[in-house]
Design a protein around this ligand. Sequence first.
Ligand code: UD1
Ligand code: CA
Length: 453
Amino acid sequence: MNIVILAAGMGKRMRSALPKVLHPLAGRPLLAHVIDTARTLSPTRLVVVVGHGAEKVREAVGAPDVQFAVQEQQLGTGHAVQQALPLLVSSVPTLVLYGDVPLTRASTLKRLLDAAGTERYGVLTVAVDDPTGYGRIVRDAGGAVRKIVEQKDASEAERRITEINTGIVVSPTRTLEQWLASLKNDNAQGEFYLTDVVERAIEAGVEVVTAQPDAEWETLGVNSKVQLAELERIHQRNVAYALLDAGVTLADPARIDVRGTLECGADVTIDVNCVFEGRVTLGDNVSIGPNCVIRDASIGAGTRVDAYTHIEGGTAGANVVLGPYARLRPGAVLGDEAHVGNFVEVKNAVMGRGSKANHLTYIGDSDIGARVNVGAGTITCNYDGANKHRTVIGDDVFIGSDTQLVAPVRVGRGVTIAAGTTVWKDVGEGELVLNEKRQVSKTDYIRPTKKKV
Ligand code: UD1
Ligand code: CA
């Protein structure tokens, strides 16, 4: 089948310079969600009709399997579909989706496609409590669909109908071409309505069938920031319940946000207010404390991530302890049983098995061996203002507090670095390294005091 996604509208009510279909839901453009769903149906052609902000939309969702048709002026949904016709294969049906309706499930679309087959016209409809604003499904006494009437064109009686047009339809393509060409815009909005195709189909003796979604939210569209926020919550609730169903313990399913994919092993526990972005994998028995932000990370089995930890790319092995208040940046690789504690930042650095940096430390562009103890306040000075250099530290090194390692520098295995040392030259295996400094005590010192007024 062909799939046409309508995405030309401007979305005035979003009050934003960003085209409506590019507003993010779970961190990705609304339209990207629709394209994802469309792809699961393996369409022969996938065409997005663009108009407002066409260039931005192309840039954001462009891909080899996506074609674009431009609708210069938004003359209506029927006119929009017409713009895509030259790109479609006429021997297979065409499914019409909306770029601002992001949560429709593939199973619902399949039900509609099955109902319509290749010869019938299918409309996805749903009964709602408040149908205001939607096109109404008008049926005859026998229950057959007669037409769809828009809110603005509907009579009093028609407005009382609660079965509405979701906008999602499927049609044989060759006849759709003729029907669209015959549309008129003599209606309340002066638009070429796709909904009028229903009457054309009936005139042509084509059966019009309907199908319903599993849930009403699947058909909700975004016209405003309020609706966007509502759909975001619905989506996040769905994700949270899927995690619960998979056996993950969530302290509160209403207080987790997944903006990407989160894969969890067995017996994972996630406390409140955590945000997961990109691709995140948590191994068996991982526990995540409250208020963590974790992006593009892989966390090994049994690892504990304590409160307020921020990971922007990195890998932690098994039984690692991270946080509270730790920060991993891209290229951080922590071996099994490593500890990275409060106010420790690790970037583009490897920490070997069992190594610990528990307090107030910056480790950047470094290779740290196993069982290294990194004292509080240790800084790798990796940047000379123009270039980054590496710090290499062997196994079993003890780094005293307040050490600076001026890269490039290599510290052999088993070295002891005294507290307060600036290491700017390589240190051989097993040595003790310190900077000679004097401690001076004065007996004649008087501390200044505030003047009394
Ligand atoms: C449409 C349906 C209505 C249905 C409702 C469901 C028509 C005439 N009406 O109404 O029966 O209940 O959707 O939400 O089809 N678009 C274009 N080009 C245009 C016009 C619209 O690309 O010229 C796109 C919009 O960007 C949007 C979608 O089509 O994604 C729907 O357009 P919108 O104006 O929101 O249609 P409604 O009036 O809501
Ligand atoms: Ca709409």
